[in-house]
Write a protein that binds this ligand. Structure first.
Ligand code: PLP
Length: 398
């Protein structure tokens, strides 16, 4: 059975051209880019070329790109660096719907004496900028807000936010892990100071990422050691990964023009599901949204049960829930939207890629109505009156 992979916000397939570009750096060209000899030097040139390819995709200067191991490292490094650069300020603003790679850093910083404001989102998953305005003060060191949400795909008004942040002299970090390669970015005209990206979300392998640091923004390294990355990130470079990320960035640049095709497939999937399955709705804003993502709540059933049945057809999607200690709790993102409990538990994210085909969408549309019908027939919570679930939800919220 072939796989229908609609979980591209979790990770993506390595593009064959990316693999081809990186392979020689796992075999033939294994030198250390910092070495003085010619053998290492040619590897160093490959690293420089990759840096330029990423800079090109972001509209940045190559000197503003630092290679990291992943999006998580990029976020950690950016937040720590921003706080060191503004050491006299002790306030951070972020959102309730950030990835754990931002939220958990902020939680630890709270324990270290920082005050953190977690901005809320409305039921469409969108921020209210008056809440941001009210939170900003002269003590705000850092505002860290994601470009687009990994679960709903909702895009935040980053440049508007950046203008506000600048008025207070704070550093603006953007986790763009889900946006890079899906929406055009241009750092030349942007208010972003620090931007995180991750290779495995844009058809490069896992274990490589990059951080954009605007020239002039003081950057203290997160990892200490050797002088790699001009003293900004120690550790011998992951050369095959870097070459792969460069190639992936080059391909993403080309692909951005074709992203409308992906959007059309996503819309067809979404509209087909809404038209053929009663009691389901899209979670999050429809307009300001990544072209590849749809998050749909199917009332009265558990998302995990849908995933298990989809899995039987080789269809890979995801639900926002985290299975912790045997209980399935809805994700912090969907909870922040304040969705009714009947939607919260039955939400599924489908995330497409440039490899998604029309036939694959047809197959999902063919099997989903029956899956939902089967599960609803078995569900004891098949009405809004499933009050114990609501009580449980209230208890969780408190
Ligand atoms: N930020 C966002 C928005 C993400 O979706 C992810 C991964 O899912 C990360 C950060 C972490 O990236 P990585 O897996 O490269 O550490």
């Amino acid at each position: 059975m072939s796989v229908i992979y609609l979980d591209n916000n979790a990770t993506t397939q390595v593009d064959p051209a990316v693999l081809e570009a990186m392979l020689p750096y796992l075999t033939e060209y294994y030198g250390n880019p910092s070495s003085m000899h010619t053998f290492g030097g040619q590897v160093g040139r490959a690293v420089s070329e990759a840096r330029s390819q990423i800079a090109e995709l972001l509209g940045a200067d190559p000197s503003e790109i630092i290679f990291t191991s992943c999006g998580t490292e990029g976020n950690n490094a950016a937040i720590r660096a921003a706080l060191t650069a503004q050491a006299d300020r002790r306030h951070i603003i972020t959102t309730q719907v950030e990835h754990a790679a931002v939220l958990n850093v902020c939680k630890q910083l709270e324990k270290q004496g920082y005050t953190v404001t977690y901005l809320s989102v409305n039921p469409q998953g969108q921020l209210d900028l008056t809440e941001l305005e009210a939170a900003l003060t002269g003590n705000t060191a850092l505002v860290s807000i994601m470009y687009a949400n990994n679960e709903t795909g909702v895009i935040f008004p980053i440049e508007q936010i950046g203008q506000m942040v600048k008025e207070y002299g704070a550093i603006f970090h953007v986790d763009a892990v889900q946006a890079v390669g899906k929406v055009p970015l241009n750092m030349k005209t942007s208010t972003i100071d620090l931007l995180t990206l991750s290779g495995h979300k844009l058809h490069a392998p896992k274990g490589i990422g990059a951080l954009y640091v605007r020239r002039g923004v003081r950057f203290r390294p997160f990892l200490l050691g050797g002088h790699q990355e001009r003293g900004r990130r120690a550790g011998t470079e992951n050369v095959p990964g870097i070459v792969a990320l460069g190639k992936a960035a080059e391909l993403a640049q080309t692909y951005l023009n074709g992203v409308d095709g992906e959007r059309q497939l996503r819309d067809r999937l979404e509209q087909g599901l809404l038209a053929n399955i009663p009691n389901c709705e899209v979670n999050g804003e429809l307009t300001q949204r990544l072209p590849n993502t749809t998050n749909i709540g199917f009332k009265y059933i558990e998302g995990e049960a849908i995933l298990l049945l989809l899995n039987k057809y080789g269809i890979c999607a995801s639900s926002g829930s985290a299975c912790t200690s045997g209980s399935l709790e809805p994700s912090h993102v969907l909870r922040a939207l304040g969705l009714p409990y009947t939607i919260l538990h039955g939400s599924i994210r489908f995330s497409l890629s440039r490899y998604t085909t029309s036939a694959e969408i047809d197959q999902v549309l063919a099997v989903m109505p029956e899956i939902v019908e089967r599960l609803r027939a078995l569900s004891p919570f098949n009405s809004d009156a499933a009050e114990w679930l609501q009580d449980r939800e209230l208890a969780l919220n408190n």
